[in-house]
Structure formats: C-alpha cells, structure tokens
Design a protein around this ligand. Structure first.
Ligand code: CMP
Length: 136
C-alpha cells in the first residue's frame, strides 16, 4: 500500500549543496516525489511544524535554525514511505547514524542533520498539510 511522508532538506543541506544527493537517494530507493518546493519558513510555520518539541530546551534554537535560510520541502510517496525514508536518513544523531545513510554520510551535529522525515502516518498527514495545504 502506498504511503506519503514529508521530507525536508534543511537549511544546512541546501547550503552545502546536498539537494541532489538527497533526491538521488530517494529516487534510487524507488520512492516517488509527489511535490517539491524551495522556500524559507517563517517562525509561525516552523513552530507549528515542530509543535511537539515546544517544551524542549532546544526549541528556540531549532526554530531559529530551520527559518535561517531556504529549505526544500518534498512529499515522498511509495510503499511504507515513512519507514523507507527514515532508513535512508539514519538516526537523529548523525554520529550514531551508519555510514551509507544521509546523516551518517554527511553530518555530525544533532541540530544540523541535513534532513527531516515524518515519524508516523499521523505526523505525515499533519506535516504535509502544513507545507502543501492545497495539494493532497
Ligand atoms: P528532526 O527530525 O527535524 O526533528 C526534530 C529536530 O530537533 C531533530 O531533527 C534535530 O535536528 C533537532 N534536535 C533534536 N535534539 C536536539 C538537540 N539536543 N539540540 C538541538 N537540536 C536538536
């Protein structure tokens, strides 16, 4: 059964020229890109997207970082797309992520870990609505 997930190539990934690398991995895996947009988030949208982290000590830093420069938002589609993309991304902590994953290959900092992927069907539906309200 096909599923959709929201993927962000975060400002560090865009700044470092990793858009092509991330998209190539998504396509190589056999997932489909159903929507894609380069945009810079305002603080309100960032806070809505990361609402579940609002009580965490790093929330301010997270919002500042994600709004600091353009990111690429994608809707990625395919069988078990949520789990499939999280496999490509690796763990939240890039140092613990295996080489061969996006974060394992490209990052060291937990706050600048190149990509975001929805973590459940409920999050995916909520996040896709934030970024592509009229499309799905
Ligand atoms: P992401 O998958 O986008 O979801 C929440 C983000 O919070 C996570 O990736 C990390 O980039 C970020 N994050 C998690 N823990 C920390 C932390 N201790 N300090 C800064 N950022 C963090």
């Amino acid at each position: 059964m096909s599923e959709r997930t929201l993927v962000l190539i975060k400002p560090d990934g865009v700044r470092r020229g990793l858009i092509g690398d991330v998209i190539a991995r998504i396509e190589r895996k056999g997932l489909t890109i159903a929507a894609m947009e380069l945009r810079q988030l305002d603080a309100e949208t960032a806070k809505t997207h990361y609402a579940e982290h609002s009580e965490r000590p790093f929330f301010g830093e997270l919002v500042d970082f994600i709004t600091s420069a353009p990111l690429v938002a994608l809707v990625v589609e395919g069988p078990r797309a949520i789990e499939a993309f999280r496999g490509l991304a690796g763990l939240t902590d890039p140092v613990k992520s295996a080489p061969g994953t996006i974060r394992g290959d490209h990052a060291l900092e937990i706050g600048e870990n190149v990509v975001h992927g929805s973590d459940s069907p409920e999050s995916a539906a909520r996040e896709i609505k934030i970024f592509f309200p009229d499309r799905f």
